[in-house]
Design a protein around this ligand. Structure first.
Ligand code: ASP
Length: 617
């Protein structure tokens, strides 16, 4: 039974109801609003649980009245008195405490407050984000931030419940560790006791959780803080929180099955008002997701799928013969021509179409071909080359109906997918096609194991350096040369697919994981393909490779971004809105003024000297 009573209060400001009338109560909280009617002063008293109206009558309680005269917004006060029913017609149906008010006998000011830089009691008033971040403790007093932090707390609570109910053990892994690469730069912490050496903050607990599997923990989870030094974006922060989990003796099915069930349970518990678009979650291979949505994180709340237009552009012998040179040359050169049907833009103005074309160019296309479908036929500059019949066929293949605009990109396959995928995502938001109440989860799996890095002239893991290869592709790894000194772009390993799966929600990558390689020899082979010499493997992953010689069970896991999950559940565009104390886009904490110069003595203790920006070092 929750008991929130303390020496300062018998109830919270959200607790009193009609049934409490006739009794006494003592409340403590912040002055949300004060209305002075001369002899009567009304205070709305607020804490995080709610708001209660307090009435101070000068004739009943002259001292309390005098104290209330001094009160201003955000003063912290303690009030004692009797709970009375409000007069009929004076109830406030918007407040759970709206049937009653507290008639004060005594009022004590516990803390005075300066005028805040923004109104706490006007939660919708726009406030510059830097001011909100500098005074985050005041921002969190406002209802929207409070509501989101409560949602986040509920999310973590439900996650914990679901894991404990499924045999998981919560284990904390250390923050001062060795580099665990996840594709970002490490934050490093110099060691005083080992001068010249550094710890790295974990980019994720990846190696540690795998070592817990070797340790026989069977099922591990953690609400883990991760640190990645990279350029910040809307959904990135230098430190963030993951639900990190790992399971032993599992296949991809086992991990995805558990995670899916857990995600459904948690979503229904935390946001019961938000329908799930599809259960079980749809699954796409990476190749299929690229083909249909031009993205490995498709938003399924709207259609607008990418359609291959080649069949409408070739003759019976399969030779490009559309009459439109850009299309024919692209197809003849091994490129692709694909389109999407954009609802409601069929009679878009020249300016809007130019804007769309500019966006396509920004995303990497050479241009955009558009066909407007109106009551009077198909319109667009390409129609005179394609002819009416072929243009109508193209539009029909895209599923365009009257009022739609067909947007077509002809280019190399990767460019076509990427540009149309990004247009689709942007238009989905801009045209309001995505129902904001719906949660649309899906899985994307079967990613390529490795990606050719033309700058480094070698392969690197597309996701996780420890990911396993799908069993039927294992021979591609074994036959590969794997010589780190001589990587080849033709290596058959480049075709190998990983036992990697990403969980996607409303167009955001919520998390990703894999079934891992648990045999040392294969792991070494994979590391070699990723460009590690034997010496560099030893140096970076020696501890883990050794552990794998002592009996590593088959295992796999996933990590899910808690900040992203909470942001999506709270329908927010950035994760900062669900973090208590986020950093700015330049990595600053405006409230505590961090990062800041260390004390001179701290450098000396660590044997360090600041020599200026890196490029001058
Ligand atoms: N460690 C991975 C990540 O942080 C997740 C995983 O593979 O379990 O993305």
């Amino acid at each position: 039974m929750t008991n929130l009573a303390t020496p300062y209060r018998t109830h919270t400001c959200g607790a009193l109801r009609g049934d409490d009338a006739g009794g006494d109560a003592r409340l403590a909280g912040w002055v949300h609003r004060r209305r002075d009617h001369g002899q009567l002063i009304f205070l709305d008293l607020r804490d995080r649980h709610g708001i209660t109206q307090v009435v101070i009558d000068a004739t009943e309680a002259p001292d309390a009245h005098a104290a209330a005269m001094r009160c201003r917004s955000e003063f912290v006060v303690m009030v004692a008195g009797s709970v009375v029913r409000r007069l009929p017609g004076m109830e406030n149906a918007k407040l759970p405490t709206g049937e009653i008010e507290l008639r004060a006998r005594e009022l004590t000011v516990l803390s005075e407050a300066k005028t805040p830089p923004f109104y706490i009691n006007e939660p919708d008033a726009p406030v510059d984000e830097s001011v909100r971040l500098q005074y985050r403790y005041l921002d969190i007093r406002r209802e929207p931030m409070l509501r989101r932090l409560l949602l986040r707390s509920r999310l973590v609570e439900e996650i914990r419940l679901a894991h404990h109910a499924n045999g998981f053990v919560e284990v904390e892994t250390p923050i001062l560790i060795k580099s665990t690469p996840e594709g970002a730069r490490d934050f490093i912490v110099p060691s005083r006791l080992q001068p010249g050496s550094v710890y790295a903050l974990p980019q994720s607990p990846q190696q540690l959780k795998q070592l817990l599997m070797v340790a026989g923990m069977d099922r591990y989870f953690q609400i883990a803080r991760c640190f990645r030094d990279e350029d910040l974006r809307g959904d990135r922060q230098p430190e963030f929180t993951q639900l990190d989990l790992e399971m032993s003796f599992v296949t991809e099915e086992t991990v995805m099955g558990f995670v899916e069930e857990m995600a459904i349970e948690v979503s229904l518990a935390v946001t019961p008002e938000r329908p799930l678009l599809q259960v079980p979650f749809p699954r796409f291979t990476y190749a299929e997701a690229q083909e249909r949505f031009g993205s490995d994180k498709p938003d399924l709340r709207f259609g607008m799928e990418l359609v291959d237009l080649a069949p409408a552009l070739v003759d019976a012998a399969g030779t490009p013969a559309s009459g439109f040179r850009v299309f024919d040359e692209t197809l003849a050169g091994g490129g692709r021509v694909k389109g999407i049907a954009v609802p409601g833009m069929g009679d878009a103005s020249r300016a809007r179409i130019d804007e769309l074309t500019e966006a396509a160019k920004r995303f990497g296309a050479r241009g955009l071909v558009t066909l407007g479908v109106t009551g009077h036929g198909i319109h667009g500059p390409a129609v005179k080359f394609l002819g009416d019949e072929r243009a109508a066929d193209v539009a029909a293949r895209c599923g365009a109906v009257e009022g739609d605009l067909v947007a077509i990109v002809a280019d190399r396959p990767g460019v076509v997918a990427d540009v149309l995928g990004r247009l689709r995502a942007e238009l989905g938001t801009r045209l309001g096609l995505a129902d904001p109440t719906v949660l649309a989860y899906c899985w994307v799996n079967r990613f390529p194991m490795y990606e050719w890095d033309s700058e480094r002239n070698g392969w690197h893991a597309t996701h996780n350096p420890f990911s396993g290869v799908v069993p039927e592709d294992e021979p591609l790894l074994v036959t590969a040369s794997g010589d780190p000194e001589r990587p080849s772009q033709d290596d058959p390993a480049g075709r190998a697919r990983a036992m990697q799966y990403d969980l996607v929600l409303n167009g955001w990558e919520l998390g990703g994981g894999s079934v891992r390689i648990h045999r040392r020899a294969l792991l070494e082979r994979s590391f070699a393909l990723q460009g590690h010499t034997f010496a560099s493997m030893q140096e970076k992953f020696g501890g883990m490779l050794e552990a794998f010689e002592y009996g590593a069970p088959p295992h796999g896991g996933i990590a899910i971004g808690i900040d992203r999950w909470a942001a999506l559940m709270a329908d927010q565009a950035t994760i900062r809105e669900v973090m208590a104390f986020p950093k700015t886009s330049s990595g600053m904490d405006l409230m505590l003024d961090a990062p800041s110069a260390p004390d001179p003595g701290q450098y000396a203790e660590l044997g360090l000297r600041y020599v200026g920006p890196a490029d001058r070092a």
